[in-house]
Design a protein around this ligand. Structure first.
Ligand code: CO
Length: 143
């Protein structure tokens, strides 16, 4: 497992991207609206991880509520899983409080969250990237 991204809740995405570009030497930034999470995100791709800036697109977004209660700041840490179904059922068996079903996140990933109460105040996202074209197939075909 490794850190896929650290996510930061922001009020104004474009302004936040400008701020982070003042510090980070990162030109590879992808912006995307994630409809089911009601956020617009900018992924700032660093050498071995990413920073995700998130701006709510609607008042009913959980990020909107988060910003009202806490202001801007680190919202969650995301860990990549090789086999998210497996990691999720293990976490669940170990008594972790899972927040919602496995669902599509940004960039074609499968995501879910573990409640901060289960992890010492940190909201943890588990995510699994779509298979890369150059990677080994998960199951070898029967020949
Ligand atoms: Co995330």
């Amino acid at each position: 497992m490794r850190i896929d991204h650290v996510a930061i809740a922001v009020n104004d995405l474009d302004e936040a991207v400008k701020n982070y570009r003042k510090v980070l030497n990162a030109n590879n930034i992808e912006v995307e609206v994630v409809g089911n999470e009601k956020v617009r995100v900018a992924m700032i791709n660093l050498e071995d991880t990413r920073i995700e800036l998130m701006e709510p697109t609607e008042e009913t977004s959980t990020i909107s509520k988060y910003l009202k209660e806490n202001g801007e700041g680190i919202h969650h840490i995301a860990i990549t899983a090789d086999d998210i179904e497996n990691d999720l059922s293990r976490a669940s068996e170990n008594g972790m409080k899972i927040l919602g079903q496995l669902r599509p996140g940004s960039y074609g990933r499968k995501i879910t969250f573990i409640h901060p109460k289960s992890l010492n105040g940190v909201l943890l996202e588990l995510c699994e990237a779509p298979q890369r074209k150059d990677s080994r197939p998960k199951y070898d075909s029967i020949t």
